[in-house]
Design a protein around this ligand. Structure first.
Ligand code: UDP
Ligand code: MG
Length: 192
């Protein structure tokens, strides 16, 4: 089983590349951002709570996303492996993910970081905002806030995986195809 965290700042390309990886290696794609957007679209109470947090560019509570991920892992008992996209985003989430996986005799294989510089991230998010209508991509202030939150709360979890020799950076610049080929090459190393 391979369980990959596809990591990177907002706009690094996690969602796009996670879909391609999931398809190629038959992994189950779990995106907490997508789950939250589905909750918002459904108009649920949870979605209403999440919406204001996301629109500010902040993070929803550790407890909430850990519960969502725990549910999804349980719902896919026959998964060949998981690809985590946009989760974990804090040290607490990283440790809790390990605990959830351990309960089921599973573990994280690797955290792969898509490396993209801040200028490029900002450009990509503004462009995405024009086409997606995502409120958190449409304002430069919220984009700056999200990148700041990433640097302050999220980036440091790299260290957590580095000490376990599970950290693998990949250049996130270039065409979707080029980046996808780099990722495929990396993931092939983890296959039995
Ligand atoms: N979010 C969160 N926790 C998560 C996933 C998403 O708080 O585990 C919120 C957060 O406000 C984030 C937004 O949802 O800025 C969009 O997340 P997503 O991962 O979809 O955005 P990306 O980083 O891919 O641009
Ligand atoms: Mg995404």
């Amino acid at each position: 089983m391979v369980n990959i965290i596809l990591f990177g700042a907002p706009g690094a390309g996690k969602g796009t590349q996670a879909l391609l990886l999931a398809e190629k290696f038959e992994l189950t794609h779990l995106s907490t951002g997508e789950m939250l957007r589905n909750e918002i679209d459904s108009g649920s109470w949870l979605g209403q709570q999440a919406k204001s947090i996301i629109t500010r560019g902040e993070l929803v509570s550790d407890e909430l996303v850990i519960d969502m991920i725990g549910d999804q892992i349980t719902r896919h008992p026959h998964a060949k492996g998981f690809i985590f996209d946009g989760f974990p985003r804090t040290q607490v989430q990283a440790r809790e993910l390990d605990r959830l996986l351990q309960e089921k005799n599973m573990q994280i294989t690797a955290l792969i970081e898509l490396e993209v510089d801040t200028n490029e991230l900002t450009c990509r998010l503004l462009k995405r905002g024009e086409s997606s209508g995502r409120s958190d991509d449409s304002s430069i202030e919220v984009i700056k806030k999200r990148i700041e939150v990433y640097n302050r709360q999220t980036a440091s979890i790299i260290g957590y995986y580095q000490t376990q020799n599970k950290y693998f950076p990949v250049n996130g610049l270039g065409s979707i195809k080029d980046i996808s080929e780099r990722l495929n090459k990396q993931v092939r190393h983890f296959l039995p």
